[in-house]
Design a protein around this ligand. Sequence first.
Ligand code: AMP
Length: 628
Amino acid sequence: MTSSVPGELPPTSRPGRLGVGVVGAGRVGAVLGSALRAAGHSVVGASAVSADSRDRIDALLPGVPVLEVPAVVERAELVLLTVPDDALAGLVRGIADTGGWQPGQIVVHTAGRYGTAVLEPALRAGAIPVALHPAMTFTGTSIDLSRLVGCPFAVTAPAPVLPIGQALVVEIGGEPVALPEEARPLYHAALAHGANHLVTLVTQAMRALARAGVDEPGRYLTPLLTAALDGTLRDGELALTGPVLRGDAGTVAEHVASLVALAAEDPGLADLPPAYRTLARVTTQRAWAAGRLTDATAELLLDAVADAGAAGYDAAPAAVGQRGALTEDVAPTPAAAPDAVARDRAGAGPVLVRSREDLRAALHPQTGTRAVVMTMGALHEGHLDLVREARRRADHVVVTIFVNPLQFAPGEDLDAYPRDLEADLAKLAAVGADVVFAPDPQTMYPDGDPSVRVEPGPVATRLEGLTRPTHFAGVLTVVLKLLHLTRPDVALFGQKDAQQLALVRAMVRDLDLDVEVVGVPIRREPDGLAMSSRNAYLAPDQRRSALSLSAALRAGTAAAAAGPEAVLAATRAVLAAQPGVEVDYAELVDPETMEPVPAGRGGRALLAVAARVGSTRLIDNAILDLGE
Ligand code: AMP
């Protein structure tokens, strides 16, 4: 592993300097190799297949020998793998198979979507794995070197090695940002959506502008697009201007008509009208969800987009899989409800309604039975199980999404509670909800906090009620209101919130409500963690600690035959053994009254646990049979 580059000292004779080998001298490899060299390291070899790569080595890494991959790996102390994403895993394995990796060798790859798991074969041979990804687009020329200065780099590596990756980035002028392994695919998707799709969007705009007779569309667009981009990067959606925000539905309709006419003339722009309509619709929905458009204006805009052409591209996200080719040949789907909001989603996704009036209008045409699933959004498969069960039990399914302030005490996570209406709608479209009622607090509580509330009684004072004394009054009050507003035959609730389910059943019984309450089993992640919207708060190490809740329930359940005391001892022992988990309660109770099960009692019992992992409060439970 010594340098043989003319004019450079061997790396070992220059303290702290490494011999760098570049495998895959594409744009990124050549540029990073050159930057590492400028930082004082030696580039001891580069592999290059294409003529372009060889030219790049000549230009950016002059004097560096072009070698076969095994020779590069053999002589390098730091191997830079800059091959295409899909080739990376095979390359790392291949080098491992031939015994190429060396103990202590630093192996760096730059594939955005991977962390270091892909480098496992090198790690097994004793190498030090690091994943670096510059959030930058490269030309493969020396211009890129200046772009590295201040460029953010995602750095993923096992904790003890992270400083090595961060130091390398700092050396070449970049800004390291540590990113956990499991976040890499999402991180990369976000970059691709922002940067790569921007290219598609701007290209379409340039081509349309050229067809409108503007000579240098790129130059013409530069000030406008630069201002829009700067504004968005600074202020997010608040930077939005233009006809959607002004509510100019007529203008939007005319845009679509002119783009459809253009696409008919220029087959190369057949994808422009559907792209425009999709983005106009999404822009409308986001502005509306942010409260910047009234219901009526949003409806007019959606109507303009939907009326202006065929419906194939205007379907909600769940219909994506049915769309097929990028043409306008999909027949309009018949409307399921009379208003424009409904028409926009017809045949594809649920009707989204935000006001009481719109809810009434959406429910009015429904004949047959109706089920309701009440949620606070940030939907996961557990929620969707409820919707699937609702589908099986009724002709129509209404899902409510409302983060109910009444059930949060001061200091709880009301403001931080995850909200993503757009993603929720896509998921609900996929499982076949008909109507989504997503009111804001003002709609649910127009006069502020209600003075008349449901009194949940003693069951609400136990378990959750010990630390959240007002919680269930808030829950039952909103459940009762939503039952009145949606008038269902069946209402579905998750066993995950066992005490809530018991209280809803009690309310329905005690207040003579005419609705069937159905409980749905807990949906878990493959490793046992009960699904919860709050799991999103957990850092990776906390998520591992959180597994002790389900593990404790399994231990308790396994001890059922030995009686209540054994169940509790087994459950609490598992929880106590897990650092970072602060237990709130671990109790074995009657599933209806939530009263502790006395020693020696048989029959069904609810084993319920609640614990704080970091600042996240998690609950889980299991029903078990204590025998005769
Ligand atoms: P939330 O949005 O947390 O208020 O939950 C809405 C409904 O989904 C409630 O009836 C919950 O009990 C239910 N639910 C939440 N998580 C799960 C899960 N992991 N499995 C089954 N049901 C769940």
